[in-house]
Design a protein around this ligand. Structure first.
Ligand code: BDR
Ligand code: CA
Length: 312
């Protein structure tokens, strides 16, 4: 059965790669895209989303602009160091401005309207800070019972990327993450534990660029700047495509090894943004969720390449 998704994104480089992947996947139907600040500011993330759906030949997907700020903490838009100010690795100008515009509804309102109009049918796939999702929960708490599932890219129970323990999306708005993690809905966390296991190394990337269609050419332009932040030898000169992992999980959960456990989000202090695995349920305020702890990287990378090949 086709899964209807709302993709909530801070459209940077890996978000764009995830969009091209998802939009070419017959298992998924994008009922909408909602945008959030994160990799860069909200205006740019919204423009990028519109630009990518046009490039992917799907200009009619509604794009709802979301919030530009976290609930409580300040954002420094530190993601620009990896994604550039334009969120597209400095290559955005090569593609020109999008023709489309965002719809009138805010991201949070759009999420509420869509979920409540189709009970049990919509899967939320947030791959940025979780602010829009927390705002939607505030607007209409009954989305908890009416959503099909929530599959997020964010967090990590064994490592962080912006601090030793925190992953960027959770660190950007830990209070929103805390609300989303403790809501009690079916939540799958595709965090760094899994996403860091999938590496597109230079050979893989060259083969991908070699496909030479619209999607591959777009990806070829935006990746090199992003590649610069993956300096550690464990990345073998390549990149992690975090957000595509949430799409892969929405397409086929059997790609992942999943463990169910309580996870608590730290909102304050030195460990702000840490998604703490509370395996022995010591804290009353930890909620059980599904955590992706492993992934069949070979099958995933093959699927990604196949889907990118389907563009003209
Ligand atoms: C996450 O942070 C963002 O920079 C990426 O787009 C991804 O969603 C990885 O930590
Ligand atoms: Ca993202």
């Amino acid at each position: 059965m086709v899964r209807k998704i709302i993709f909530d994104t801070d459209t940077g480089v890996d978000d764009t790669m995830a969009l091209f992947f998802g939009l070419a996947s017959p298992e998924l139907e994008f009922v909408g895209i909602t945008t959030v600040y994160g990799n860069t500011d909200i205006d740019q993330c919204t423009l990028n989303s519109l630009r990518v759906i046009e490039e992917a030949g799907k200009p009619d997907i509604p794009v709802a602009r979301g919030t530009g700020h976290p609930l409580v903490v300040e954002t420094t838009l530190g993601g620009r160091a990896a994604h550039h100010v334009d969120g597209l690795g400095g290559a955005g100008h090569k593609f020109g401005p999008p023709k489309g515009k965002p719809i009138k509804a805010s991201a949070a309102q759009f999420i509420v309207d869509m979920v409540m109009a189709s009970p049990g049918e919509i899967t939320l796939v947030p791959v940025g800070p979780l602010t829009n999702i927390a705002l939607a929960l505030r607007l209409e708490p009954r989305i908890v019972e009416n959503v099909k599932e929530v599959i997020i890219m964010g967090g990590g129970i064994t490592l962080g990327n912006v601090t030793p323990v925190a992953e960027a999306n959770i660190h950007n708005d830990p209070h929103a993450a805390n609300i989303v993690f403790s809501a009690g809905w079916p939540l799958t966390m595709v965090g760094l534990d899994a996403t860091e296991q999938v590496i597109m190394d230079p050979d893989y990337l060259n083969a991908l660029y070699g496909i030479g269609n619209k999607a591959a050419n777009f990806i070829r332009e935006i990746v090199p700047f992003y590649q610069g932040v993956f300096q550690h030898p464990k990345y073998r000169g390549g990149i992690c495509v975090h957000d595509s992992s949430a799409i892969a999980c929405a397409i086929d959960k059997s790609l992942f090894t999943i463990e169910r456990m309580p996870v608590y989000v730290e909102t304050e202090g030195h460990c702000k943004g840490f998604t703490v695995p509370d395996r022995y349920k010591r804290w009353e305020d930890s909620t059980e969720i599904d955590v992706c702890v492993g992934v069949d990287s070979e099958r995933y990378l093959k699927l990604y390449r196949e889907r990118i090949s389907t563009y003209q």
